[in-house]
Design a protein around this ligand. Structure first.
Ligand SMILES: NC(=O)C1=CN([C@@H]2O[C@H](COP(=O)(O)OP(=O)(O)OC[C@H]3O[C@@H](n4cnc5c(N)ncnc54)[C@H](OP(=O)(O)O)[C@@H]3O)[C@@H](O)[C@H]2O)C=CC1
Ligand SMILES: CC(C)(CO)C(=O)C(=O)O
Length: 294
């Protein structure tokens, strides 16, 4: 398919990065940014230092949408989904699909109150990106995008052509989502300490992170994810490999005084753990403390 029309709801760190790259994709026609805070254009510093620029149409009110699009990409934070859903009505035609680019494991559940579940394409993004100002983003390292196998997931992945964002489908989306949640749950350590990735090098922090991930692994297995015993070590290695000054999106929210995705990233482990008789006290504590300090 060529000349695909796309609307990105929530052009922040992830939405802005993806929109900038898609604006240069040969299969993509018009890109529209559905923003809460106005922005003039996108400038993304790519992992190799290139400046990727794009000037898509920016709208700040659903009334400004004149026609439906082929794809809606929602990249707001999980806690902004209800407000973001106001964009859906004018953007949806009979064939429109909605890709949800968010962290957590509840992409479909989050959007089900607002739209038919068969239109929703849940997407896992592993793209470290930091927004310095509206439309100004540092895309720190080449990223991956993972969607479920099937025609919709494949059509979505086909939009991405640059090696900076490698998109692929998986037959086992549950495992992909819980693997990413394993990585994300330890972000609470950064948000609670207000320290970037380098905090992993402080005494005792690696062990705390492994223990948090072990809870995630046990709950993930209970809901069908295939997570090996090596996942806690993998998370620590990945965190150690990040630039010590890199700021994950949870810490980014805390530093900016915004709400935080403590429920989507830690609370969910405790909630689903409780349903399956698995205690997850570290993640429960992280969620509670983050809810208090936000
Ligand atoms: N940043 C990262 O490195 C990664 C983030 N993620 C996940 O991706 C998702 C998005 O995160 P991220 O890009 O960091 O978040 P950001 O806070 O950078 O961006 C979210 C954007 O959504 C906008 N928004 C909120 N409500 C609305 C609304 N009603 N209508 C239109 N726009 C709205 C915000 O507007 P405003 O400009 O007013 O704040 C902001 O531009 C999260 O689930 C996160 O966990 C996943 C992988 C990596
Ligand atoms: C793992 C990481 C840091 C980047 O993909 C992320 O998911 C986030 O910042 O929320």
């Amino acid at each position: 398919m060529t000349n695909v029309s796309i609307a990105v709801v929530g052009p922040g760190a992830i939405g802005g990065t993806v929109a900038a790259w898609l604006s240069h994709s040969p299969s993509v026609g018009a890109v529209t940014l559905c923003a809460r805070t106005p922005l003039d254009r996108l400038e993304v510093v790519a992992p190799d230092g290139r400046l990727i620029q794009a000037s898509p149409r920016v709208v700040t009110d659903p009334a400004q949408i004149a026609a439906p699009v082929d794809w809606v990409l929602v990249a707001t934070k999980a806690y902004d989904v209800a407000a973001a859903s106001a964009w859906l009505k004018p953007l949806l035609g009979p064939e429109t699909r909605v890709a949800v680019l968010q962290n957590g494991v509840e992409h479909v559940e989050r959007f089900s109150p607002f739209l038919d579940a068969d239109r929703i394409v849940p997407v896992i993004v592993d793209i470290p990106a930091e927004r310095d100002a509206p439309g100004r983003i540092r895309h720190r390292r080449n990223g991956t995008i993972t969607a479920p196998a099937g025609p919709a997931g494949e059509a979505f992945c086909a939009l991405f052509v640059d090696e900076a964002l490698v998109a692929s489908t998986t037959e086992d989306f549950t495992t992909a989502a819980w693997t990413k949640l394993s990585l994300n749950c330890v972000g609470a350590v950064n948000a609670l300490t207000r320290l970037p990735a380098g905090v992993v090098r402080e005494e005792g922090v690696e062990d705390l992170m492994r223990a948090m991930v072990r809870e995630c692994v046990l709950v993930g297995r209970a809901v069908g994810a295939k997570l090996g015993d090596e996942v806690p070590d993998w998370v620590v290695e990945r965190t150690r490999a990040s630039a010590p000054d890199s700021v994950n999106s949870l810490l980014g929210d805390r530093l900016a005084g915004r709400p935080m995705e403590w429920d989507a990233r830690n609370g969910v482990i405790a909630r689903l753990g409780e349903q399956h008789g698995i205690a997850a006290p570290l993640n429960a504590m992280a969620a509670t403390l983050l809810s208090v300090v936000e």
